[in-house]
Design a protein around this ligand. Sequence first.
Ligand SMILES: NC(=O)C1=CN([C@@H]2O[C@H](COP(=O)(O)OP(=O)(O)OC[C@H]3O[C@@H](n4cnc5c(N)ncnc54)[C@H](OP(=O)(O)O)[C@@H]3O)[C@@H](O)[C@H]2O)[C@H](O)CC1
Ligand SMILES: [K+]
Length: 505
Amino acid sequence: MLRAYRSDDVRQAEAPLLERGVPLMDRAAAALATEVIRRVRALGNRVPGTEVLGLVGSGNNGGDVLFALARLARRGVSASAILTGTPHAAGYAAASRAGVRFADAGTLRSLAESAEVWIDGLVGIGARGPLREPALEIVRELEEVRVGRPVEPLVIAADLPSGIGADDGTVPGLALRANVTVTMGIAKPGLVLDPGRRYAGEIVQVPLGLEEFLPSEPALLSVGARDIADMWDVPGPDSHKYSRGVVGVMTGSLRYPGAALLSTSAALAGGAGMVRYAGPRETSRLVVSQHPEIVTDMGRVQAWVLGSGVNMDDPEAASEVARRLQESITAGIPVVLDAGAITLLGSIDVPSTVVITPHAGELAELLAARGEPLSREEIAAAPSRAARLAATLTGATVLLKGSVDVACAPDDPLWAQGGAAGWRATAGAGDVLAGLLGSILAQWGDELADLGKGHGIPARLAAAASYIHGRAAAIAYGTGRPIVASEIAGAIPQAIGEALASTGE
Ligand SMILES: NC(=O)C1=CN([C@@H]2O[C@H](COP(=O)(O)OP(=O)(O)OC[C@H]3O[C@@H](n4cnc5c(N)ncnc54)[C@H](OP(=O)(O)O)[C@@H]3O)[C@@H](O)[C@H]2O)[C@H](O)CC1
Ligand SMILES: [K+]
């Protein structure tokens, strides 16, 4: 599980160590230099003679890079640096002593053209606002050089790619795209949230001993394969359908019969002990003909999935969805509200055991109904803020779908899941996610009902569903067949199996 902390919290955690004289910058620089050497070797190049270009800002981020360049120069690397202003004094002295060449901005292009590695030390967590001159011009030129080179350079960002928002992942102006980000101490939310995440490349965390001084709650969490394995209730000899979770699914309509099929297929694939389908008669026949194990008689369920493909303009369907929502809240069992059912929260508050799964458009509609309008673009530009606002206004757990899915309850950590984003933007993928999420929530339904509150569990399970959905889309992509929602549903068991077998992450 990746944990990310806001830059202010990182600074506060660094302070006591710096006061004790712990050489944090030295450790940071050593880790940065080691990562550069590892990557150069992985490319099959020899370290001595490799050309490395450091882009150095005037703050401690630049200081990290200057000390790293000094270490690299001592290992025979041909190291040069471009400064944006007055550099970190001790770093500059160390780099000069080690033979690092300081070039003026006019030679940037030629140095950038020949250097195998660029190290970005322009700004780190001290960045304020969009990247500004002279860093801005440097990034503009580097991106031009990168495009024109026959072989791309290896770009390694110190702490953060310069130009992204450390805490929210926004990219207000230009940013330098890195292949690897060597982040100091602990990851920051901007490395996991879109669009910042796309500039970070692979994240390498450098432990600096900050843990004991960081807040107990991270600002953001991200689920990995190992966490799925840890949270998954693998059936055993005394399992039965209720211990595995029975999920009720009220989805689909004459207009959207496919939503019924996709959501129930995903619910089955997600490991539910049984799926009760409560949609219209016409779609029941379709569902049961495809999945004879699905039952249509009503009885005990431990989670509901409501709304995918339901025509909420149909008063009978809408009142049925509203009734089931109310019953579930009274019984304390978790509910997934998808698609049109999300509009119910325009006027009622709910516990965090209710999970809504909007895309940006549906969230914009909900926020407008709640008197806090945000445009679809504003939501996509800062998904974490929009999801938190909706959770706070409604009380629900919000799983906001996008290039990075974010999930949060009103007062619990934020989850962010990237992965296979593009492939999931296909008709019906939301129906699949809703069914999968319902199936996972059902496995925890009794526990949630006993707890009487969400306690952050629905958000964590929503992140797990998003992770599995993303992995299933990536697996579906690998089949070479068209990536349609039914293929994603079909790949869910393999995605779960992979995670349960994982030993990494
Ligand atoms: N605290 C420590 O000892 C450690 C810190 N680490 C590294 O240090 C940075 C944080 O360093 P800090 O000096 O606080 O700030 P930065 O270097 O990240 O940035 C400040 C410089 O950047 C310029 N700046 C700020 N905003 C912009 C912008 N939008 N565009 C261009 N330039 C910007 C700022 O210029 P001023 O004119 O405002 O002075 C400064 O020059 C952290 O990220 C780590 O890399 C160590 O890793 C651990 C120990
Ligand atoms: K940087």
